[in-house]
Design a protein around this ligand. Sequence first.
Ligand code: PMV
Length: 308
Amino acid sequence: MVTASAPGKLILMGEHAVVFGQPAIALAIDLRLICTIVPSASFSVNGEPLSDRQHSYVLAALRIAWDSSPVSIQINSGLPSGSGLGSSAAVTVATLAALSGLNGDYEEEVVARNGFEVESVVQGRASPIDTSTCTHGRGILIGNSPGPDLLWHIEKDEREWYVHNCEVPEMDIVVGYTGIIGRTGPLVAKVKRFADRSRFGMEIIEEIGQLTTEGLRMLRTGDKVGLGELMTRNQKLLAILGVSSPALNKLIRASLPHSYGAKLTGAGGGGSMIALTDRPADVCEAIRKRGGVPYVVRTGARGVTLSD
Ligand code: PMV
């Protein structure tokens, strides 16, 4: 038997633009998903027969990284599914890590690379940001050129990403979950259509990349006011790309009077928003009043861990 525990993540800045090779910053959070795998007579997930429809990420992980006898997989998630907090990456990474633990050949980089392949197969198009963050933990900076603290370099379909460890101060961040499942694949495809059809779409994506680079500087110097402003500007650009939603806008508007800045996190469409604040109780109350579910999460969580 092997158990793997993977953290959720939030994208601080740069989602969607990262799919086009722009920089992005993601932070692992202290909500985790646990996956336990034991050899068995047949393949199952939480007691149900393995199915493509219900267990697409687990099935893709098995196809990529397992050619051995059947296993029974138990998944317990502390991450709301479809919340934009990385539940699909956490399920993918925890499954891959537990499988390699059973094989006795766990390697962080292999899990991160295979995790990206799994997300690409299931979502149709992806960046390595979620799976690299769930694997490595702490903070991840994805850039379009190599820099200090490079972890790995991933290429696909003429796009490439340099994945770096990003040392950032630990912070409490308020997450507001809309309760609406955001579907990453169709949202990523929508942004691609926009960018393919108009130069304006591509300019928005490049501008998000520039904001993210500035945001990294603010993050490292601990300038919350500057970082918050950039997050709010990032949100405006995401709204132009068409990935925000009325429910997200409502929670963001409600949080802003008590925050340095706020934006959606992850794919959008529904899912969650984040607020950078020194007044988490006030932000949680504002989110609750507008029908959202607030969580105060701590960043800087450990990456995937294995135990027997
Ligand atoms: O699946 P989510 O909600 O964590 O969003 C992933 C971030 C995107 O940039 C929208 C897609 C990607 O693969 O990078």
